[in-house]
Design a protein around this ligand. Structure first.
Ligand code: FA5
Length: 354
């Protein structure tokens, strides 16, 4: 058959076939039959090269015209079928009686739950929850908190330094914040007293991990600034927090501690909510507080007058208290998790069990 007859024969076959298809799946098969890699029109197009020189141009035009006609017919028919069947995603092969795929229910991560619970309690006492940057200037993380270069307190915060892709300024080093305390300064710079904020957030320290230490962990910072605030207010707020979090008449232990940005400073512990401070449980050592009867929770103190002065507050008029504790350890206590690393290993079998 010469190419003219063949082109005409293919046209006479393809167009009526396509016009009778009333299913998307059939139309898809039809497209393969005519225009696929081994389709009849594709083969016709391939044969153009072997046509006599004088006829090649005419043959090429005719074959390409046929291809365009078939493409248009397919498109037209697809649109027609879609319009006739509103849910054209369904095919004859779809079995509508099959049961659906079960929806996998997610739940909140124990750390997120604990942050929500901490925030809820402080919100009920009039605090506002705010967040701050995880990449921080050396100034806020250290300098403004009375920890200048060379200060021994820097040794406690094993710091991960950050590099600025746009170029580092040696006079303004950047780091992964080692605690949430830089937000004390940022908040005081931005606002006027009275201030009552709680700042939950991620912190980073370059240190070996164990059951109570992670290199990426969460803290919650508290800051209150007002006239005539004292250590008694700090104690009252933390008592209330402990009672609401752990229930019962919790005791709060304050022991002297040292932080360069609070004066005086203290370490806070709550009496153990599992053994009620006795250190004994079921005839043995309490597994939650390791027999000490106390659960160490946070560092705290009265905001240092130098820090107040640095942000332009008059320390004779305003006082403040601040505290900062670990979320991961609280989450561990609340869920009975013996090792905080379990929260970050992402083993769903564990996370779904607590
Ligand atoms: C601080 O970070 C101070 N910023 C706390 C503070 C705030 C003092 C405000 C005074 C006023 P410290 O390094 O002790 O202090 O950490 C506080 C808490 O963070 C610890 O009690 C612990 O619960 C938690 N924490 C510290 N390092 C880690 C770590 N590597 N992994 C998990 N939790 C940690």
């Amino acid at each position: 058959m010469d190419w003219r007859a063949e082109t005409q024969a293919l046209r006479e076959q393809a167009l009526p076939e396509i016009a009778t298809d009333d299913h998307l799946l059939a139309l898809d098969e039809r497209r393969v039959r005519w225009l696929g890699r081994n389709g009849l029109i594709t083969k016709l197009l391939r044969s153009i090269v072997s046509a006599p020189d004088a006829e090649r141009r005419e043959f090429g035009a005719a074959a390409n015209a046929l291809k365009a006609e078939v493409e248009a017919a397919l498109e037209h028919q697809i649109a027609k079928v879609k319009a006739a069947a509103p849910d054209s995603r369904l095919t004859e092969q779809d079995d509508l009686t099959l049961p659906g795929r079960p929806v996998r229910l997610g739940r909140m991560h124990p750390i997120s739950r604990t942050i929500r619970e901490i925030s809820r309690i402080f919100l009920s006492m009039g605090f506002e929850a705010v967040e701050g940057p995880e990449i921080e200037w050396d100034y806020y993380n250290f300098e403004a908190l009375n920890i200048p270069k060379g200060h021994p307190a820097r040794d406690k915060f094993n710091t991960l330094w950050a590099s600025n892709p746009l170029g580092d300024d040696p006079s303004r080093p950047m780091l992964f914040r080692t605690h949430t305390s830089p937000m004390q300064i940022r908040i005081m710079e931005q606002r006027k007293p009275p201030i009552r904020v709680i700042v939950p957030g991620r912190c980073y320290r370059f240190e070996a991990t164990d059951a109570t230490h992670e290199s990426v962990f969460f803290q919650y910072e508290g800051l209150a600034i007002d006239e005539k605030l004292s250590m008694a207010d700090l104690k009252g707020v933390l008592y209330s927090f402990a009672r609401q979090l752990f229930g019962g008449e919790r005791k709060v232990r304050f022991r002297p501690d040292y932080f360069p940005f609070t004066e005086p400073s203290a370490e806070i512990a709550f009496d153990c909510f599992v053994c009620d401070g006795s250190g004994q449980k079921d005839g043995g050592r309490c597994p939650t507080c390791w027999g000490s009867g106390w659960i160490e929770a946070a560092g705290c103190g009265m905001v240092h007058p130098d820090a107040l002065r640095r942000v332009g507050y008059d320390p004779d008029k305003y006082q403040g208290f601040a505290f900062g504790g670990g979320v991961d350890r609280l989450a561990g206590l609340l869920t009975g998790t013996p090792d905080i690393r379990l929260f970050h290993q992402n083993d769903l079998r564990y996370l779904e069990s607590v």
